[in-house]
Design a protein around this ligand. Structure first.
Ligand SMILES: NC(=O)C1=CN([C@@H]2O[C@H](COP(=O)(O)OP(=O)(O)OC[C@H]3O[C@@H](n4cnc5c(N)ncnc54)[C@H](O)[C@@H]3O)[C@@H](O)[C@H]2O)[C@@H](O)CC1
Ligand SMILES: [K+]
Length: 480
C-alpha cells in the first residue's frame, strides 16, 4: 500500500532521524537517489548538459549535491540560483566538482547566461515541501528559457500544493519526480499528479510510526492511500472450497432500457466478471432479451446481495433506486440514478459520479471539482453519507470520515463510452461478494484500470474489451 504523508508528518519523521544521524546525511541520501535517477534518464554521463534550477531551501540543496555526483561522472552541470540565498555547502561543493554556478537574476547573472540555453535535462530544485504554491517571476522566466527540455522534479514539482494536490498558479511540469522517504498527496492526486510525470520514491530511512502515521483531523483530512497489486490480491474475494453460487454472492443489475440497451449489456459484462456467484438482470424486457443472448448465465429478478442501479435506465432510475433502497442491500448508484443518491443515505452505497455529475450533486462548477479533486470527493461522501468513487484519470474513492484512496492504474484509452457501466457492474459484484463499499470501490477501480491497460496492449479499446480483460487481471493477481 502506498500511503501519502503530510508535510507535517514528514518534518516530524525527519526530526527523529536527524537527531540520530550526522549532519547532512539525510540530504546526501536524497541527493544520491536523485543523482542516479538523473543518470538513468540521461543514459550516459560524459558531455551531457544538465541545468539545476536552485531555490533558497534544502530542495535546492538536494539538486546541488546531485549536481556534484553528476559533475564527477563527466556531466556538464550548470546551476542557476533563483534567489539571493542558496544552500551554501551545496554551492561550494558543486563549484569544487567543476560545476558552473550562475548567481541570482540581475545584471551579473544575465551577463553570464548564454543567449541560447541548450540542456539535455533540467533539475527542478526550486522548492519542495517547504514551498508555497505558485512560482515567483524569476522561476517562471528561467523555465521559459528552457521550455521543451525534459524536467526531473526534486521531491515535488515546484508550485503545486503538496498536501492537497491542488494547482492554482504557475508550476513545474515534470517528466519524472524523485521523491524522498514517502509519497505526498501531490504525487497521487490530480491535478498535481499530472505535473509529476512518473514518480520514483527514494528510501532515505524515514520511519512513520504511531501518531505520525495518522493525519491530524482537520475538517477535510484523513489518510490518503493507493492500493498496489498485492493489496488488491489480498482483498479479492475467492471462492471457499465448499462455495456455491449463493454463498459467493448474487449481484443484481438495474441499468439500461429499451432506448439504451448497451448500458444494460456493459453493466452486466462488468458484473459477470466471475467475482460474484450469480448475476440477475432486472430491467426493461427488451434489454433483458439482449442481455440473455449475450450472457446466457444471467438470470431474472430475485434476491440479491447487492444492486447496481442507474446507467442508461432513463426515466426508470428513480423507481429503480427506490426499490433497491427498500431491499436494504448495498448498492452502486451511477449515472441517471445519482440524481436520487440522497435517498440512499444510511444504506451501504457506492456513488460513482464523474466530475460533471459530482458538480451537479454538489451544485458547484465542474472546473471546481477538477481543480480540487479530493476535497470534492470527500465533501460528497460526507454530504451523501456514502462512499464516493469520483471517476477520472486518477479516480478518488472517499469515505464519509475522510479516508481516501486514489487509483493509479489505467490508461488514457479508458476514456471510452460505456467504461463507467463496466465499472459499476464490477463494483456491484465485489459488494455482492462481501467487500465493504470502500474496498469494493477501490478494488473495482484498480481492476478496471489494470484491465484497460492490459486490453490496450493490443490497440485502442472499447468498454467491452475492459470487461473481457478482467479475468486475466484477476488470474495474474491470485493465480488460476
Ligand atoms: N524533510 C525531509 O525529510 C528531507 C528534505 N529534503 C529536502 O528538503 C526539502 C525541504 O526543504 P526546505 O524546508 O528548506 O524547503 P524548500 O526548499 O522546499 O523551500 C523553502 C524555501 O523556499 C522559499 N519559498 C517558499 N515558497 C516559494 C515559492 N513559491 N517560490 C520561491 N521560493 C519559495 C522559502 O522562503 C524557503 O526559503 C524537501 O522537499 C527535500 O527536497 C531532503 O534533503 C532530505 C530529507
Ligand atoms: K522541486
Amino acid at each position: 500500500m502506498i500511503r501519502a504523508h503530510t508535510v507535517e508528518q514528514v518534518r516530524a519523521a525527519e526530526d527523529d532521524l536527524l537527531a540520530r544521524l550526522p549532519e547532512g546525511a539525510l540530504m546526501q541520501r536524497a541527493a544520491a537517489g536523485l543523482g542516479y535517477a538523473v543518470l538513468d534518464l540521461l543514459g550516459s554521463a560524459y558531455g551531457r548538459r544538465v541545468l539545476l534550477l536552485v531555490g533558497s531551501g534544502d530542495n535546492g540543496g538536494d539538486a546541488l549535491y546531485a549536481g556534484v555526483l553528476l559533475a564527477r561522472r563527466g556531466v556538464q552541470v550548470e546551476a542557476w540560483l533563483l534567489s539571493d540565498t542558496a544552500h551554501s555547502g551545496g554551492v561550494a561543493a558543486l563549484r569544487a566538482a567543476g560545476g558552473r554556478v550562475v548567481p541570482a537574476p540581475g545584471a551579473e547573472a544575465d551577463a553570464q547566461r548564454p543567449s541560447r540555453d541548450r540542456f539535455d535535462l533540467v533539475v527542478d530544485g526550486i522548492v519542495g515541501i517547504g514551498g508555497r504554491p505558485g512560482l515567483r517571476p524569476e522561476a517562471v522566466a528561467a523555465l521559459a528559457r528552457v521550455a521543451g527540455t525534459p524536467v526531473v522534479a526534486v521531491d515535488t514539482p515546484s508550485g503545486v500544493d503538496v498536501d492537497t494536490g491542488r494547482v492554482d498558479g504557475p508550476h513545474v511540469t515534470a517528466d519524472l519526480t524523485v521523491t524522498f522517504g514517502t509519497h505526498k498527496a501531490c504525487h497521487l492526486l490530480d491535478p498535481a499528479a499530472r505535473a509529476c510525470g512518473a514518480v520514483q520514491l527514494v528510501d532515505i530511512g524515514l520511519g512513520f510510526r504511531g501518531s505520525q502515521a495518522r493525519t491530524s483531523t482537520t475538517e477535510f483530512s484523513g489518510p490518503i492511500e493507493a492500493l498496489q497489486a498485492a493489496d488488491v490480491a489480498a482483498l479479492l474475494p475467492r471462492p471457499a472450497p465448499d462455495a456455491h453460487k449463493y454463498t459467493r454472492g448474487v449481484v443484481g443489475v438495474r441499468a439500461g432500457s429499451a432506448a439504451y440497451p448497451g448500458a444494460a449489456l456493459l453493466s452486466v459484462a462488468g458484473a459477470a466478471s466471475g467475482l460474484a456467484g450469480m448475476v440477475r438482470y432486472d430491467g426493461d424486457p427488451a434489454a433483458a432479451d439482449l442481455v440473455r443472448a449475450a450472457h446466457p448465465e444471467v438470470v431474472g429478478p430475485g434476491r440479491v446481495q447487492a444492486w447496481v442501479v442507474g446507467s442508461g435506465s432513463d426515466a426508470g432510475a428513480e423507481d429503480a433506486v427506490r426499490r433497491s433502497v427498500a431491499d436494504g442491500v448495498p448498492m452502486v448508484v451511477d449515472a441517471d440514478a445519482l440524481a436520487f443518491a440522497g435517498t440512499t443515505r444510511g444504506r451501504p452505497a457506492v456513488l460513482t459520479p464523474h466530475a460533471g455529475e459530482l458538480a451537479r450533486m454538489l451544485d458547484v462548477e465542474r472546473a471546481d471539482v477538477e481543480a480540487r479533486w479530493l476535497e470534492h470527493a470527500r465533501l460528497a461522501a460526507r454530504r451523501y453519507d456514502a462512499v464516493v468513487l469520483l471517476k477520472g484519470r486518477h479516480s478518488v474513492v472517499a469515505r464519509p470520515d475522510g479516508r481516501a484512496r486514489v487509483t493509479t492504474t489505467g490508461t488514457p484509452w479508458l476514456a471510452t463510452a460505456g467504461a463507467g457501466d463496466v465499472l459499476g457492474g464490477l463494483v456491484g459484484a465485489l459488494l455482492a461478494a462481501g467487500l465493504d463499499p470502500f474496498d469494493a470501490a477501490s478494488v473495482g477501480s484498480w481492476l478496471h484500470g489494470a484491465a484497460a491497460t492490459l486490453a490496450a496492449q493490443r490497440g485502442p479499446i472499447v468498454a467491452g474489451d475492459v470487461a473481457a480483460a478482467l479475468p486475466a487481471v484477476v488470474a495474474a493477481l491470485v493465480g488460476p
